[in-house]
Design a protein around this ligand. Structure first.
Ligand code: ADP
Ligand code: MG
Length: 249
């Protein structure tokens, strides 16, 4: 459902992504891993349409992502979270997730916030509540978002992304900074969403987190793809071991 074809992204003289090719298939979890500075987040931005490749193209459901704004892309069924959690800490979990739902409405965010009619507001809150239950945060629906543990805040972000009813979820380092138990809870949720038919692309630095979770792995180093395959294969690939052990981690 998502395909990068010969994607190159240069920043001045620096080639952050060099002729990258990858595919995400319907219903699978694909991990894009690599050491710090490998070009993962840059690639994530090309895939999600936040940035445009210097050359090459990204197709989502067969259509070019370039030239579409974030709302159009969301409406096509691609939804993303952000590497650094952006929550409104004094607002409730429900309100925070409902803000994600606003983005799905046809109106702009501000006009939506300023002049929602009651029916529309009720619809948004209902959808948000449904996604909060889906990700297992039902008991925290009315708690302040800022009172949640970091792992729960990450999951809240996923609930927000799910409000756009995506067929593809893009996550940039969802496990960063989480405790072991929180990582397990996150992995369990991503498995559940996969069982429900959702495809996910995870950009991740932490190899251990992805290895027992994902279907396939693409490994980057210095802007290029250095390996691709099943988790077990990739884990034993000498170039991958070298990239991780030899890197400045
Ligand atoms: P990763 O996510 O794998 O750690 P990034 O994609 O963030 O790697 O960065 C890859 C390289 O591209 C780094 O050398 C980084 O400094 C550079 N880079 C990323 N974004 C920009 C930008 N907007 N302008 C200039 N250089 C950038
Ligand atoms: Mg990054």
């Amino acid at each position: 459902i998502l395909e990068a074809r010969n994607v190159t992204r240069k920043f001045g003289g620096l080639v952050a992504n060099n002729n990258m090719n990858l595919q995400v298939k319907a219903g699978e979890i694909l991990a894009l891993i690599g050491p710090n500075g490998a070009g993962k987040s840059t690639m994530f931005n090309q895939l999600s349409g936040v940035d445009t490749p210097t050359s090459g193209e990204v197709l989502f459901l067969g259509q070019p992502v370039a030239g579409k704004d974030s709302r159009q892309i969301a409406r096509m069924g691609m939804s993303r979270t952000f590497q650094h959690v952006k929550l409104l800490p004094t607002m409730s979990v429900l309100e925070n997730v409902a803000i994600g739902t606003h983005l799905r409405g046809g109106k702009g965010v501000l006009s939506a916030a300023w002049r929602l009619d009651r029916t529309e507001e009720a619809r948004l809150l209902k959808e948000a509540a449904r996604q909060i239950e889906r990700v297992g945060l039902g008991e925290f629906m009315h708690a302040e978002a800022g009172s949640l543990a970091l792992g729960q805040q990450r999951i809240l972000e996923i609930a927000r992304a799910l409000c756009a009813d995506p067929c593809l979820l893009l996550l940039d380092e969802p496990a960063a900074g989480l405790r072991h138990k929180e990582k397990q809870a996150l992995a369990d949720l991503l498995r559940k969403l996969r069982a429900e038919g959702l495809a996910t692309l995870i950009v991740e630095h932490d190899m251990d987190f992805v290895m027992n979770l994902v279907d396939r792995v693409v490994v980057m180093e210095f802007g290029q793809k250095i390996a691709e395959g099943l988790p077990d294969e990739v884990q034993q690939n000498p170039a991958v071991l070298e990239a991780y052990l030899g890197g400045v981690e």
